[in-house]
Design a protein around this ligand. Structure first.
Ligand SMILES: *Cc1c(COP(=O)(O)O)cnc(C)c1O
Length: 359
């Protein structure tokens, strides 16, 4: 168990103001009172583990993160349980993925236990910020930045690890039952690139494609592979599953250009328990279109921590669109979401040991 120095908060949010935020949390716009910070230097490694008030951080304008984007992050949620407790879902998996991202971005690894302790300490300090209404949660954002003031191009020699928290309602503002997605001509990740790392740079490069999708009237963008531009990879921040009439379900394999989602991995286990045959297999856009037209493809859904499971109703490439199933939410997607959410919130048995009770 890590010992965190505690800096008292000079002026925590008053209870009535907090209640107003928690009544309609939205996503990513409201933040809790506290944050965790831990520094890293070449000389001493990780040090200064602190739980303190959330506030701006001072950075030298030459800090390498500001120039060469040496930054990685994670996203996980603290869930309220019916008996007034709080859980985290597979935080060790986030810790392991964080370190995989760190290795790819030439950053120091954080001991898994320190990552999990940091998340737990923040949740406990801000436990009054965990919303309790249906589907709501406290979103945790651990991240690491290169803080060394140096404009040369090499891995920095100083880093800061931070965890902040943001109460979250429903990720998709409209609460739409199924989303419409736009096939991008841009690529998200190329072989040998950083597609499997959760780094800010991947997201910076996805903003223009995402804005283009929205300008065309769609909710999300889907990326194809960089080499042949025909194999379906993932959305900007969610993995994809396809459900077929013969009881099979497939998802694109983790070939290095796809982010290894923890929701993706968890749903694979749950779908197998539901009797589906799940395979990691390449799937092309022409096949997708043909299977939607023939009715062999029953459902397609996107998955990730933020939005959990979201059915894809319609796909558009250029001027041509196709509809999946009836264009609405799918049954398998609904069933898997219900099962996953029940486990996360302590309302169903947890045979895989995925849930960590925090309070
Ligand atoms: C975080 C992320 C996902 C989903 O991962 P989860 O662990 O399920 O939240 C999928 N794709 C990308 C690009 C991501 O950054």
């Amino acid at each position: 168990m890590t010992i965190f120095a505690r800096l008292p908060h000079p002026a925590p949010t008053p209870a009535d103001a907090r209640a107003a935020v928690l009544a309609a949390p939205g996503f990513g716009t409201n933040f809790t009172d506290h944050m965790i910070t831990i520094d890293w230097s070449e000389a001493v490694g990780w040090h200064n583990a602190t739980l303190g008030p959330r506030r701006p951080i001072a950075l030298d304008p030459a800090a390498s993160v500001l120039h060469y984007a040496q930054e990685i992050f994670e996203g996980l949620k603290a869930y309220p349980t019916a008996d007034g407790g709080i859980t985290l879902f597979r935080p060790e998996a986030n810790a392991a993925r964080f370190n995989a991202s760190a290795r790819r971005l030439a950053m120091p690894e954080l001991p898994d236990g320190l990552f999990v302790d940091a998340c737990r300490e923040l949740v406990l300090a801000d436990r009054d910020w965990v919303p309790t209404q249906d589907g709501a949660s406290l979103y945790l954002r651990p991240f690491m930045i290169a803080t060394e003031a140096f404009l040369g191009v090499r891995p920095a020699k100083a880093y800061k690890f931070i965890v902040i928290a943001s109460p979250a309602g429903n990720y998709f503002k409209s609460g739409a039952p199924a989303v419409s997605i736009w096939v991008s001509q841009y690529t998200r990740a190329a072989p040998g690139g950083t597609g499997a790392a959760k780094c800010g740079g991947n997201y910076a490069a996805s903003l223009v494609p995402q804005a283009e999708a929205m300008a065309k009237g769609h909710d999300q963008v889907v990326f194809l592979d960089a080499a042949e531009h025909q194999w379906v990879e993932e959305l900007g921040g969610m993995n994809l599953y396809f459900v077929f009439a013969d009881g099979t379900m497939i998802t694109p394999p983790l070939s290095g250009t796809i982010l290894p989602g923890i929701t993706r991995d968890s749903l694979m286990a749950l779908a197998r328990e539901e009797g589906l045959t799940v395979r990691e297999e390449r799937y092309s856009l022409p096949q997708w279109r043909a299977d939607a037209a023939s009715g062999h493809l029953l459902e397609c859904f996107a998955c990730g921590t933020a939005a959990v499971v979201t059915s894809v109703g319609q796909v558009t490439e250029g001027d041509a669109s196709f509809t999946i199933g009836g264009g609405g939410p799918g049954q398998v997607a609904g069933k898997l979401k219900e099962r996953l959410v029940a486990i996360q919130r302590g309302a169903a048995p947890d045979p895989h040991g995925w849930v960590m009770r925090v309070a």
